[in-house]
Design a protein around this ligand. Structure first.
Ligand code: PHE
Length: 467
């Protein structure tokens, strides 16, 4: 049986390394950039409560499903699902879900690398003191200056893609495991330093209340956003967690392990919020700044508070490290698959795939400047246009890829993985993998995977598409 073997790509030394790796994947721009700004936009506590529900009821069950499929299949997501489906007497076409996830992960990587590249630029800017005493206009102009310069964006995008490929090319143990052992503790230390600092701003209470004050009137608007974000932040729906599950030791209990990852990811998001909002308030700024919160509002805050330059530098290093440990998990499912399929070396496969992602990412780079007017998927009065130059409506290249992945491919992938684990694999197989001994808890987990998570995804998916 496939589950007795170790994957050809290697294996984590212990379940703790899986926790490290999966947490590294989960904690990223989603936690530090997206979560705080979405909380700001959707009104604070109300969004946080919905997000917590979505994590618990949909995100974690899908993460359980992915991990157990991965560990039982012991191969890249595509081949794991194929062989498990055949073993269970089901159609091998289930593996198409993993194939779709694999493509989605590469597409996410293409733009993630560009945004992560911005944080590299900000490390330099902070280090040089560019933001000291800066005004709101100045910070806006600095961000605009970066995004309107295709060469500068290309430089950072290339560098980030290169360091991602470098870790992946070195392999599961020498590359991923070894770097994660350094990256993750560094990340936690940096975050705690920042949190400690936010205590000293004198606005901690204000930040805390903003995050945790529950205002029921604000619940409605953010529920779809909260669900989509739960997927993105836990890295589920694309096979990243599945491929990491394939490298997990046989004996480790998946139930407890996955729960730890879910809790850690949530704690980091909440801590990031708790660390950032007091700094924003201390500088007298508004929390609802949207996506610009991290690259415009925060630099103003850092530029105008005591020790802001050092703290700002620490902050952007933190962002870059978190993004790095996430980006490697986007590349791994495809690298594992093509190594299995072609028998070529990891380095060769990595080089080709990274180059491909880099090329697609150039579309995102250009969508902020030279191609800003190129609009895809335009529904205009005179009908539908796939691509139109200028005019109203439509999405830029970056927006299109972001929309396609997080609103369509991720939910579809997550739904398929939960259905596969819940209904295609036998109950005994799931029991054996999850190793949750308490029958009540096991049934709860199974019910979440089989029914609650799929229905949750379907509701949100349909609501999104019919918007
Ligand atoms: N979870 C990552 C973040 O929060 C993003 C990610 C999505 C990583 C999908 C891997 C796969 O930034």
């Amino acid at each position: 049986m496939a589950s007795d073997n170790v994957s050809i790509h290697g294996a984590w030394a212990s379940r703790w390394v899986f926790i490290l790796a999966a947490t590294g994947s989960a904690v990223g721009l989603g936690n530090i950039w997206k979560f705080p700004y979405m909380t700001g936009v959707y009104g604070g506590g109300a969004f946080v409560v919905m997000y917590l529900f979505c994590i618990a009821l949909v995100g974690v069950p899908i993460m359980l499903a992915e991990t157990l499929i991965g560990r039982r299949g012991r191969q890249s997501p595509v081949n794991a699902m194929k062989s498990l489906a055949i073993e269970a007497g089901a159609s091998k076409h289930w593996s198409l879900a993993a194939l779709m996830g694999m493509v989605a992960a590469l597409l996410i990587l293409s733009f993630y690398s560009v945004v992560a590249g911005w944080s590299l630029d900000y490390i330099i800017g902070m280090g040089r003191g560019d933001f000291t005493g800066i005004s709101a206009d100045g910070a806006g102009a600095a961000f605009g200056g970066l995004t309107s310069d295709p060469w500068r964006l290309t430089l950072w995008h290339s560098l980030f893609m290169l360091i991602t490929a470098f870790v992946i090319a070195k392999g599961v143990v020498a590359g991923l495991e070894r770097s994660l052992r350094i990256m993750m503790p560094l990340l936690f230390v940096l975050l705690l330093v920042l949190l400690g600092y936010s205590f000293t701003t004198g606005h901690f209470r204000e930040g805390f209340d903003f995050l945790f004050h529950f205002d029921p009137s604000k619940v409605q608007g953010g529920i779809l956003a909260a669900m989509g974000h739960a997927f993105f932040t836990l890295s589920v729906g694309v096979g990243s967690i599945m491929v990491y599950g394939a490298y997990m030791p046989k004996k480790a209990s998946i139930g407890a392990t996955v729960l730890t990852v879910g809790v850690l990811d949530t704690l980091v998001a909440l801590t990031a919020g708790l660390a950032l909002f007091p700094i924003v308030f201390a500088a007298g700024l508004e929390p609802g700044g949207g996506p610009g919160l991290m690259f415009v509002t925060l630099p103003i805050a850092f530029g105008n508070i005591a020790f802001g330059q050092v703290m700002g530098l620490i902050f952007f290093v933190l962002v870059a490290v978190a993004a790095w440990s996430s980006s490697i998990s986007m590349l791994e499912p495809a690298v594992a698959y093509f190594v299995e399929k072609t028998g070529r070396s990891r380095s060769q496969v990595t080089a080709v795939l990274a180059l491909l992602c880099w090329l697609v990412g150039m579309g995102t780079v250009l969508s902020f400047n030279l191609w800003a007017e190129a609009k895809f998927f335009v529904f205009a009065d005179d009908g539908f246009h796939l691509l139109q130059w200028g005019g109203e409506g439509g999405k830029t290249f970056f927006d299109s890829i972001d929309y396609l992945t997080s609103r369509i491919l991720l939910p579809l992938g997550g739904l398929s993985f939960a259905m596969f684990a819940g209904w295609v694999l036998s109950r005994d197989a799931v029991r054996e993998e999850l190793s949750i001994r308490n029958p009540l808890l096991f049934n709860l987990a199974l019910w979440l995977i089989r029914v609650v998570a799929p229905i949750g995804v379907l509701i949100v998916f349909i609501a999104e598409l019919s918007k």
